[in-house]
Design a protein around this ligand. Structure first.
Ligand code: S3P
Length: 190
């Protein structure tokens, strides 16, 4: 798929965007990548490309555990180590050890939105297997309860609520620039 990273000379640390379904990780990630002149990669698209199956079919035929293993493999060794903005599927940082793995690989930013915004946005498409239930609102609430602490402890949080795409992108770029500058200074022994 087109979002797979091409061979690149870019040696900047990767930026990982995490957060719940519907917070805008892919739209923000694409725009941030363009702004920083980095490549964009979406974990779901990479997995779909590798398996030749849509996410919904992977869940249906192989189950969620197999999908989570594919996400782990993607983060461990399935994408370039530098120069990419990576939009991570909403459940990717949640499994044991995944948030630590992300933090060891680059800058992690977590996008947030309110529960009502998430419910409204995710209702617009029915491709997300985690929300295929009779009561998606309840499911969103249950998943948020479980996941929010992990999201909050992993990435620098940025709200997308009542903000334009450009505003969110500016915040993300600022956090990335600040954090990579700190690392550069540490490396240079300043
Ligand atoms: C999931 C989120 C989806 C996708 C899969 C499972 C989740 O990605 O990885 O349907 O468990 O939250 P998005 O967050 O991009 O919708």
């Amino acid at each position: 798929m087109k979002e797979m990273c091409a061979e690149t000379n870019n040696t900047r640390p990767n930026l990982y965007l995490i957060g719940f379904m519907g917070v805008g990780k892919s739209a923000v990630g694409r725009y941030v990548a363009k702004t920083l002149d980095m490549d964009f990669i979406d974990s779901d698209h990479a997995i779909e490309e590798k398996t030749g199956m849509p996410i919904s079919a992977i869940f249906e035929t192989m189950g969620e555990a197999a999908f989570r293993q594919m996400e782990r493999e993607f983060i461990t060794a399935g994408h370039p180590e530098q120069g990419c903005v990576v939009s991570c599927g909403g459940g990717l940082p949640i499994e044991e050890g995944m948030s630590e793995l992300l933090l060891s690989k680059g800058v992690v930013v977590c996008l947030f939105a309110s529960e009502s915004t998430i419910v409204e946005r995710t209702a617009r498409n029915n491709k997300r297997p985690m929300l295929q239930t009779d009561d998606p609102t309840k499911r969103v609430r249950q998943l948020l309860d479980k996941r929010l602490p992990v999201y909050m402890n992993t990435g620098t949080g940025i709200s997308t609520e009542n903000r334009s795409l450009a505003e969110v992108v500016n915040h993300v770029v600022r956090v990335y620039t600040q954090q990579t500058r700190k690392t550069d200074k540490r490396r240079a022994g300043e």
